[in-house]
Design a protein around this ligand. Structure first.
Ligand SMILES: Cc1ncc(COP(=O)(O)O)c(C=O)c1O
Length: 380
C-alpha cells in the first residue's frame, strides 16, 4: 500500500463527504438561481452549508462567501480591501504562500501599494516588535500574515497580531488555509477582517472554499457576473463542492480533538525516531507544540539531493514533498526555506500527516530513510 505523507498539499476525501455530495451529483442538479423546485432544493442546500460553516466559526452566515478555494479568497481580500479602503501600504512576510505574496507584489508593481516585509527569525516566526514598528510608521496598513505556514508549520499568535493591527487602525487578513478544519476559530473573539478556507486541505473536495468577510467591511467582488453570493461572486455555484465543504467542516470539527491527538502523536514519533536513527537530522521551522501539528519539515544530512531523496521515497511508495507542492516541477526551490536560511543547501523534505496515517506507515518511512542514509561503508 502506498503511503501518503503529503497532506498539506491535499487530502483524501472523507467517505462521509462523498456520501453527502452524491445526491447533488445524481438527483439534485438544479441551478440554485432557478426559482422552480429544482433550484429551490439546491439553493437551500447552499444556504444550509453556509449556516453550518458560520456556526462552526461563531460567525454570521452573511459573512461567508463561497469561492473556488484559498487562492481566490486571498486575491479577493487583498485586491479588494486595498481598493475599498484606498490603502497605500501593506505588510506581509517573506514566507507567505504565493497566493498572497504574488498578489501583493502585483499591486506593488502597479504602484497601488508600497509593500513592507516583516522580519522572520530562523524558525520563520514573525518578529512582532518589527511588525509594531512597521505599523507605527504606516498606520492604516493592510496586514496579511498566514496563520500557519504550509511548508514549515510555523504559526503566528493570531489574536495578538490582530490586536496589534487594530491598535494601529489597520486591516487584517490571515491566510488560514492550513489551519481551517484543524484548529477552532471563534471569530467573535478575534478582531480579524478576512480569513479563508480550501476544503481539500481537510478531506473535502478540491476547487471550493470560502472567504470570511467581517460584517462592516464593504468590498467589491473579484469576479463580476450574476447576483450569486449576494452579488459578491458571479458564476453558478459549485453546488456539490459547497455541500462537501460544509460536510468536511462538520466532520473535522466534530472529531477535532481525537484526530489532533492522533496526528500530534505521529509527528512527535517521527521527530524522535528520525533523531535516533539518522545522525545530523534537523528540522526546518518550529517543531514545538505551538506549530501546525500536521506538518514536519525535515532537513537531512547532505548525502544526496532533495530531488533524489523524494524520488527514492516515491519508488518505495512513499509520497512526500520538497517544500510547497505548488512549486514542484520547477527548480526554483522553496522561497520559505530561503527566507529562513539562504545558505541551506541540504535536502529538505516536508512530511504532512492526516487522520488516515498510521504509526506503522511512519515506521516504514523511517526504515526506508535509514537505508538511504546508511554510511557508504555499511552498503559495501
Ligand atoms: C497556505 C496556503 N494558502 C493558499 C493555498 C491555495 O489554496 P487553493 O489551492 O485551494 O487555491 C494553499 C494551498 O496549497 C496553502 O497551503
Amino acid at each position: 500500500m502506498p503511503i501518503y505523507l503529503d497532506n498539506a498539499a491535499t487530502t483524501r476525501l472523507d467517505d462521509e463527504v462523498i456520501e453527502a455530495m452524491l445526491p447533488y451529483m445524481r438527483e439534485h442538479f438544479g441551478n440554485p438561481s432557478s426559482i422552480h423546485s429544482y433550484g429551490r432544493i439546491t439553493r437551500s442546500a447552499i444556504e444550509k452549508a453556509r449556516k453550518t460553516i458560520a456556526a462552526l466559526l461563531n460567525a454570521s452566515p452573511s459573512e461567508i462567501f463561497f469561492t473556488s478555494g484559498g487562492t481566490e479568497a486571498n486575491n479577493m481580500a487583498i485586491v479588494r480591501s486595498v481598493s475599498a479602503y484606498n490603502l497605500t501600504h501593506a505588510i506581509s512576510s517573506p514566507t507567505e504562500h504565493h497566493a498572497v505574496l504574488h498578489t501583493l507584489e502585483a499591486l506593488a508593481d502597479s504602484g497601488q501599494i508600497k509593500l513592507s516585509l516583516v522580519n522572520v527569525d530562523e524558525q520563520g516566526k514573525v518578529d512582532l516588535g518589527h511588525l509594531e514598528e512597521l505599523l507605527s510608521s504606516n498606520p492604516r496598513s493592510l496586514v496579511s500574515l498566514m496563520h500557519a505556514n504550509n511548508e514549515i508549520g510555523t504559526r503566528i499568535p493570531l489574536r495578538e497580531v490582530a490586536g496589534l493591527v487594530k491598535k494601529h487602525d489597520g486591516i487584517f487578513h490571515s491566510d488560514t488555509v492550513q489551519t481551517m478544519g484543524h484548529y477552532r476559530f471563534d471569530l467573535q473573539d478575534i478582531p480579524i477582517d478576512f480569513i479563508n478556507c480550501a476544503a481539500h486541505k481537510f478531506h473535502g473536495p478540491k476547487g471550493v472554499g470560502f472567504i470570511y468577510i467581517r460584517s462592516g467591511n464593504k468590498i467589491n467582488p473579484l469576479i463580476y457576473g450574476g447576483a450569486q453570493e449576494r452579488n459578491m461572486r458571479g458564476g453558478t455555484e459549485n453546488l456539490y463542492g459547497i455541500v462537501g465543504l460544509a460536510k468536511a467542516m462538520e466532520v473535522a470539527y466534530r472529531d477535532l480533538e481525537e484526530h489532533e491527538k492522533h496526528i500530534r502523536g505521529l509527528k512527535s514519533f517521527m521527530i524522535n525516531r528520525l533523531q535516533e536513527t539518522i545522525p545530523g537530522v534537523t528540522f526546518n521551522g518550529d517543531t514545538s507544540d505551538e506549530s501546525l501539528y500536521t506538518v514536519l519539515n525535515v532537513c537531512f544530512p547532505p548525502a544526496e539531493s532533495g530531488d533524489m531523496l523524494l524520488f527514492n521515497l516515491d519508488i518505495s511508495g512513499i509520497a512526500a514533498s520538497g517544500g510547497s507542492a505548488c512549486s514542484s516541477g520547477t527548480d526554483i526551490g522553496s522561497h520559505v526555506l530561503k527566507a529562513l536560511n539562504p545558505k541551506n543547501e541540504r535536502p529538505n523534505i516536508r512530511f504532512s500527516f492526516s487522520k488516515y496515517n498510521t504509526q506503522d506507515e511512519i515506521s516504514f518511512t523511517i526504515a526506508r530513510l535509514q537505508e538511504l542514509f546508511q554510511p557508504a561503508a555499511e552498503h559495501a
